[in-house]
Design a protein around this ligand. Structure first.
Ligand code: ADP
Length: 497
């Protein structure tokens, strides 16, 4: 192909090479063609013509068949070897008509018998030029067509790739509701383990009568849009589906396209949120109604007894304290869980810390005739780099619980140890104990064991979840061992680093 020799908008002159041993013919032809806007080059011998061709592309060549040196036909075949698309017009005398025919057979485009009129030359060369321009135009169109096809192809494969990799399920049905396309996300959600069928309708994959009727209707064009439809699967997975009819340019319904979004995580979160709100509302409502009732009694002065009033007011105060504690715990927990609790780590002497907490809580224990015994098994405990408020909250909560859930005159033991890597703190009591089935549940938010012994003990059910979260933030662990009526031991292990 002579791409570079192609002319743009006919503004560039077309090149013609005249190969003839007769100077007059060469010059005369060059003059005629130059006048009608050709860029003419001349060669007196075949070899010279081929040399020019090596350097430059020549779309049209006028070639004399009878020349000294290389024979015209040989030159012709060499030209065609170099570039088949070169238009060769042979110039020949009457005596060599047969050779001219031979030349035509070898791919020459036309021939001009010698001697020729200028007009003859102009016609033949212009015709060759027209043919060339036409050929180039066709090639250009063909290239454009190929490019469009290629673009279409890449567009198609791009769309296919998107459909394949999209995390949402996609299904296309035909006008009779048959599934004609499904992407891998749909297959893994609804067709895993099912034999693939060519003529299956949607109810083969999804066991939901109302939904399948909707898909049928939208596939047939009876309705154009399914709206949002929630599908619940037996494996507790939830999908939100939406579908639309596919309408052709002629306004026929060709089928439908359905999309399936996995909304399981959202549903679970929603449920947890509702549970949480229900629990919090419950925890807030009962003390608030008690306070309300008691205050109403005092205000209406139903009791007419100051001592009784005082009693009611102190009960109300107790309840408000409980509420304030609950709100405090809730805030603490949400701060810990959201990671917005600021932990300011600094070296903490755990023995000193334990001593001061035990000292502080001893009064509370003493009021109930209980003792708190602190044992330091390893006095060589190095300072731990941690937030002292977090450590205080962990130990304080565990000892407070031990006091709360141990009857009067019981005993509480706080033991600390260091195994070379971890600080181990045990808080034991001789209290009510915990049944084994509740060992992990006591760390759940709002979980409280309600039985005869604990019924009158107030609490929020948030102490141990807070402790667990704080221990986690220190990369430690917490376990519980207990026997009902014998006592419980909570063990906290915190690594030094
Ligand atoms: P709260 O004490 O406010 O109820 P916690 O989260 O601290 O909440 O504890 C959850 C539950 O675990 C308590 O309601 C109680 O039933 C049980 N529990 C906690 N500590 C002890 C303990 N030392 N002995 C017996 N039961 C306990």
């Amino acid at each position: 192909m002579m791409k570079t020799s192609k002319m743009d908008n006919n503004t560039e002159k077309m090149k013609v090479l005249i190969v003839d041993d007769e100077e007059d013919i060469r010059d005369g032809s060059a003059r005629i063609l130059s006048r009608i806007n050709y860029d003419v080059l001349k060669a007196s011998r075949g070899e010279e013509a081929l040399e020019i061709l090596e350097k430059e592309k020549m779309p049209i060549i006028l070639l004399d068949l009878k020349m000294p040196g290389m024979d015209g036909l040989e030159v012709l075949s060499k030209i065609k070897e170099i570039d088949k698309s070169i238009i060769v017009i042979v110039i020949t005398g009457y005596a060599t008509v047969e050779t001219a025919i031979q030349a035509m057979k070898q791919g020459a485009y036309d021939f001009i018998p010698k001697p020729f009129e200028p007009e003859q030359l102009r016609i033949v060369v212009n015709r060759a030029k027209e043919k060339l321009l036409l050929t180039w135009e066709t090639e250009k169109l063909e290239e454009a067509r190929k490019r469009t096809l290629l673009d279409l192809n890449t567009e198609k494969s791009r769309t296919r790739t998107i459909i394949e990799y999209i995390p949402n399920g996609i299904v296309v049905t035909n006008a009779s509701g048959m599934v004609v396309l499904m992407n891998p996300a749909f297959v893994s959600a609804f067709a895993a383990g099912l034999e693939q069928k060519n003529d299956a309708v949607i109810d083969y994959y999804i066991n939901d009568k109302k939904f399948c009727e909707l898909v049928m209707a939208v596939s047939k064009g009876e309705i154009l849009d399914t709206g949002d439809y929630e599908i619940s699967m037996p494996n507790e997975k939830y999908y939100l589906s939406k579908g639309k009819s596919i309408i052709s340019e002629e306004n026929d319904c060709l089928g439908a396209v359905m999309i399936f979004v996995n909304v399981t995580a959202m549903k679970v979160l929603d449920r947890l949120k509702s549970e949480f709100v229900a629990k919090v509302s419950h925890e807030l409502r009962s003390p608030l109604s008690t306070i309300h009732e008691q205050l109403s009694m005092v205000i209406s002065d139903e009791t007419e007894d100051e001592v009784e009033d005082q009693h009611i007011l102190s009960r109300a105060k107790e309840k408000t304290e409980g509420l304030i504690a609950l709100i405090g715990d809730l805030l603490d927990l949400s701060r810990i869980e959201s990671g917005s609790m600021i932990h300011e780590s600094r070296p903490v002497n755990i023995i000193e810390l334990l001593k001061s907490i035990v000292d502080f809580l001893s009064t509370k224990a003493k009021n109930r005739g209980q003792t708190i015994d602190l044992s330091i098994l390893n006095t060589e405990i190095p300072n731990i780099n941690a937030d002292p408020i977090a450590l205080e909250s962990i130990i304080g909560n565990l000892i407070t619980n031990a006091i709360k859930y141990t009857p009067d005159n019981g005993n509480i033991f706080v033991i600390s140890d260091f195994d070379g890597k971890n600080i181990v703190i045990k808080v034991s009591d001789t209290g009510f104990g915990i049944e084994e089935k509740y060992f992990s549940r006591v760390f759940e938010k709002f979980f409280r064991i309600k039985n005869e012994k604990t019924r009158f003990i107030t609490g929020t059910g948030l102490g141990l979840p807070i402790v667990k979260n704080l221990v986690d933030s220190l990369k430690g662990s917490i376990t519980v061992e207990s026997k009902p009526s014998e006592g419980s031991t909570f063990t906290v292990t915190i690594p030094l680093i």
